[in-house]
Design a protein around this ligand. Structure first.
Ligand code: GDP
Ligand code: CA
Length: 327
């Protein structure tokens, strides 16, 4: 059985992993997902892990497909009570079913389980078809340095920046809080080391994949693994398909193009992370610079409109990985 390890954020990551899961039986794949934990936060006394939960709900078939996030059939009675008490963030709604997950997770953490162990316990309820791992057991949270109306710089949590302000506030930089005393989760590092193929989902390159890569030990594990490492572009035709990747890339000074994001991760032979980079058919001009930099690259359709279209993208990524291995 081939070990496939996928680095992923939440909603975009989940679409990609659902595609990988379609191929699992036919291609004899054992799939492990390393989820971004930089969006995690303590809210109303509970540990909330947005990307792990997006993956769990989507792979478990319990996600709200219309709204695009959270649980299907959700209600918000508890949130209304919290707001009445003036507790929590009124603009960050936690559904009742979703709160059940956060309470269960917090209970497990309070019992002394690591986030890796707690995630395994939560995932056991759902038939995910993949192993779901947090990128870190330590609390590393993405903060954003913004500038107030009075010109003062201050740090806010990434979820406040995105959900409350929609990124619509003068933004200086992203900062991962807690990195000094953190490491990547041992199980996540092992999943990279023992992989036959590593894929980067077309997740946000700054605050999803980028945050996973800041965790001490992760870059080294990716450089050392014998597996080919191939990424899929979240940028199609010079724009992010869904989400805020454009805003994030501009903030870190990376051009919003398929080639620029691939080169930002960098070619492995030159000390970067990628053996191959898949771009969309709309971006053939990206291939020249990528090849010149020493990366395998191919242009194929990258719109994840269904599990089947996502599966075709994963199959193309695996085929590029096979090419990279023999190159
Ligand atoms: P989040 O954590 O919920 O924000 O989700 P991710 O970080 O996993 O994914 C968000 C990114 O996925 C967006 O910035 C998009 O650029 C990318 N994305 C979303 N849908 C598609 C798609 O259909 N095709 C491709 N190539 N990228 C997509
Ligand atoms: Ca996220």
């Amino acid at each position: 059985m081939a070990q496939l390890t996928i680095l992923a954020g939440g909603v975009g990551g989940a679409r990609f992993v659902r595609g990988a899961r379609v191929l699992a039986a036919a291609m004899d794949l054992d799939i492990t997902v390393i989820a971004n934990t930089g969006d995690d936060l303590w809210l109303t006394g509970l540990r909330v892990c947005p990307d792990l939960d997006s993956l769990m709900y989507s792979l478990g078939g319990a996600n709200d497909t219309e709204r695009g996030w959270g649980r299907a059939g959700e209600s918000e009675r508890v949130s209304a009570e919290l707001t009445a008490y003036g507790v929590g963030w009124p603009w960050f709604t936690l559904g009742d079913l979703d709160l059940g997950t956060h309470i269960a997770r917090t209970a497990l953490l309070r019992d002394g389980l690591s986030l890796t162990e707690a995630t395994e316990r939560l995932a056991a309820r759902w038939n995910l078809g993949v192993r779901l791992l947090p990128a870190s057991d330590d609390e590393v949270e993405t903060n954003v340095e913004v500038v107030d109306e009075d010109g003062e710089a201050r740090l806010i949590h990434f979820e406040e920046w995105w959900v409350r302000h929609r990124g619509n506030i003068p933004t200086r930089r992203f900062v991962q809080q807690g990195l000094e005393s953190a490491v990547a989760a041992p199980a996540a590092l092992e999943a990279v080391a023992s992989a036959d193929v590593v894929l980067f989902a077309p997740s946000n390159p700054v605050v999803s994949i980028g945050t996973i890569l800041t965790l001490p030990g992760m870059r080294e594990a990716l450089r050392d693994t014998a597996a080919p490492v191939v990424g899929v572009s979240p940028i199609i035709g010079g724009a992010a398909v869904r989400g805020m990747a454009e805003l994030c890339l501009r903030t870190i000074g990376v051009e919003v193009s398929a080639a620029a994001v691939g080169l930002h991760y960098g070619p492995r032979p030159a000390g970067g992370l990628l053996d191959g980079w898949l771009v969309d058919s709309a971006d053939p001009e990206a291939l020249g610079p990528l090849h010149a930099a020493g990366m395998e690259a191919r242009a194929v359709p990258l719109w994840m409109t269904s599990d089947e279209s996502s599966a075709a993208i994963v199959a193309d990524a695996l085929s590029l990985a096979a090419e990279a291995r023999t190159a």
